[in-house]
Design a protein around this ligand. Structure first.
Ligand code: ASP
Length: 339
């Protein structure tokens, strides 16, 4: 009898512990994750002065602060992504919004996109010249129209209808970017170039953000001025869903930067998610294969940022540097160079 009683007690204790374990895993505090990039390219420590380096680090930290505040308080990943990218569009250091590069005709034409991973809705805009925050227009296309993509004058008319902030095209003039165009025109008027700074650092400068919120929803967004000396209303990968931006809660969210034509042809952002979905690859395996193997074989230069549904973060790039940073509860990292 005593033996039977002890046995019952052991069984009961075991099942209670098991129950608690299950409850623990169900009540584990949800986690948020945030990752950003400010463009990849030839970014060398040797040709960066400390004041410029600090300005980039500060800008990346400010962007992370902005997004983390929203995510920490239980806000939506889409709000975090839009707010983060707006800070970078306002900063002339980046090739997006205020710091956009110049076209061959001496204009600034802006591209952006955003995608939400719970419903796979997406919005994208290309070639706009008067919208202060292109990422907000991409969001408006997603939320306030039946379409995914709008370009040029039509997109600008839609921005006005949605009461977004409209600026004169001259708002986007910066001497630094204008000088980059003049330099390229002098060297080779046919060349489409990465933006170049005074020290010879060549970089893409596009900005992007991917966030996972406490509800488990992933959003990805990208915004850019494209490439210096672009012609004929060239549009890159940034506003192409599946190329420069992609999000799916089942797999991951991705935002790319680099030589856009390659990212379009090899549907880079979607390929990362597809490897996870169809092949069962981890986020790291997919990123390593696409950026370090496939793109390198094809001659495509650049990088990406990504978060999977568990909050794992990857930031691979095959150029010498990429402005980048990530944040999770109590953790943060901001980096520029390869090491
Ligand atoms: N991917 C962008 C484009 O080709 C450029 C960049 O990343 O800076 O338009």
């Amino acid at each position: 009898m005593r033996y039977l009683f002890s046995l019952l007690m052991i069984v009961c204790l075991f099942s209670c512990a098991n129950d608690n374990n299950q409850k623990d895993s169900q009540t584990m505090p949800p986690k948020y994750a945030l990752v950003i990039h400010g463009g990849a390219g030839t970014i060398e420590r040797s040709s960066m002065d400390s004041a410029t380096e600090k300005a980039y680090v500060d800008a990346l930290n400010f962007a992370l602060d902005t997004g983390e505040k929203i995510l920490k308080e239980g806000g939506k990943s889409i709000d975090a992504v839009e707010a983060v990218i707006k800070t970078m569009e306002d900063n002339p250091l980046f090739n997006a919004g205020k710091g956009a590069v110049f076209t061959n005709e001496g204009k600034n034409e802006l591209d952006a996109s955003i995608m939400t991973g719970d419903d796979q809705k997406a919005g994208a805009i290309g070639g706009v010249t008067t919208v202060k925050h292109p990422i907000s227009l991409a969001r408006a296309v997603m939320e306030k129209s039946e379409h995914v993509m709008m370009v040029g004058k039509g997109a600008e008319a839609f921005a006005a209808k949605c009461s977004l902030e409209i600026v004169d095209p001259s708002y986007f003039f910066t001497e630094r970017r204008y000088n980059s165009l003049q330099k390229i025109l002098k060297e080779d008027s046919e060349k489409v170039e990465l933006s170049e700074d005074e020290k010879g650092n060549k970089k893409h400068g596009t900005v992007g953000c991917v966030a996972l919120d406490l509800q488990g929803n992933i959003t990805a967004g990208t915004s850019t001025g494209g490439m210096t000396n672009k012609k004929f209303n060239r549009i890159g990968d940034a506003p192409i869903i599946g190329a420069g931006t992609f999000a799916d809660n089942k797999t991951c969210g991705v935002s790319c930067t680099g030589h856009g034509e390659f990212f379009i042809r090899y549907t880079v952002a979607r390929d990362i998610a597809a490897m996870m979905e169809y092949k069962g690859s981890s986020l790291k395996e997919a990123c390593d294969y696409i950026i370090y193997q496939k793109l390198v074989e094809k001659g495509g230069e650049g990088g990406l940022i990504a978060i999977d549904h568990q909050g794992n973060i990857e930031m691979p790039f095959n150029s010498s540097g990429m402005y980048r940073g990530w944040a999770k509860e109590g953790q943060r990292e901001v980096k520029i160079y390869k090491d």
